[in-house]
Design a protein around this ligand. Sequence first.
Ligand SMILES: [Zn+2]
Length: 353
Amino acid sequence: MNTYTVKKGDTIAKVAEKLNIRPIELLLVNPHLLDVTDYIFPNQVLTIPDSQANVLKSPFICRSEYGPTDVYKEIDEIKRNYSNKMTVETIGKSVMGQPIHLLKIGTGKKQIFYSGGWHANEWHTTKFLMTFVNQLLLHVKQNKEMAGYPVSKILDDVTLYVVPLVNPDGVELVHQGIYPEHPYYNQVLEINKGALRFEHWSSNIRGVDLNHQWPAGWEIEAEESPQHPWPRHYSGTGPLTEPEAKAIYTLTKDNNFAYVLAFHSQGQVIYWGYRGLEPKESEEMVTKLSLASSYLPVHTADSDGGYKDWFIQETGRPGFTIEVGVGTNPLPFSAFSEIWSNNVCLALEGLVL
Ligand SMILES: [Zn+2]
């Protein structure tokens, strides 16, 4: 039998996808692995079956986790295929030194900003944004309409800024678990009280919640949240202490976004207000986003310290939090089909609000 050496970013489902087999076929020849959710670690050697099934491939069907290594690989491909239609920049680095990428598409004056992958166990938002960017660029290159939207023409008036993955270290932790060679092994285990599963983790690798870090009612949010590093909802020792949040802060300050859409999971709702500080047009805009997605508009979640909250307070412009999918985070692979079909028109409508 042949073998496969696990690489950084691999999961059982991802290895199976690379080999074009089903995860169960991989489990059957590696009896020490009991379930598709078992963690596998870099340099671990797996047996691979001789037979090769033919598994259907489609960008809209999700067969495995989507994390930093996928984003980096796909960004390289996008750069190769569409270099004259878009640019890529690194706007900062995570705690562990992984790049945080910004993709810019279009040449228009009006700047719009989409972001995802804020929370470690919400990786579907990153896959959604990367699939959207790929499809958008494909349609622009072929000069075709996308779901009835004349995207080439729209992108003469608009420049779309996309940060698909704000929290690469956290997403990697949820997918890979922790192992002694991991640079934050001791710290993460301490925060997680020795538990070796990470489905509930939404913070960055230092146990700070990147969407509780923003100077908009930060003190109020911090008081009601955990008081020390924690898998979720810890606001940090002050606003914007974490490099991932700082990168988004600087990007937002350095540009002139007309409005922002921050993608999270889950709930199938769109939050559009913050303490009544949102402008009048926000309500009309959220109605359009809701019609495009069938997601329900909700004024606020009665929380503070989020990026959308800060954006509204700071600029007086509209900001939206889109909660994609429904279920328990991390959502299953199968949730991606609904997320794609309900949000592709929302993301297109978001270009013309
Ligand atoms: Zn979230």
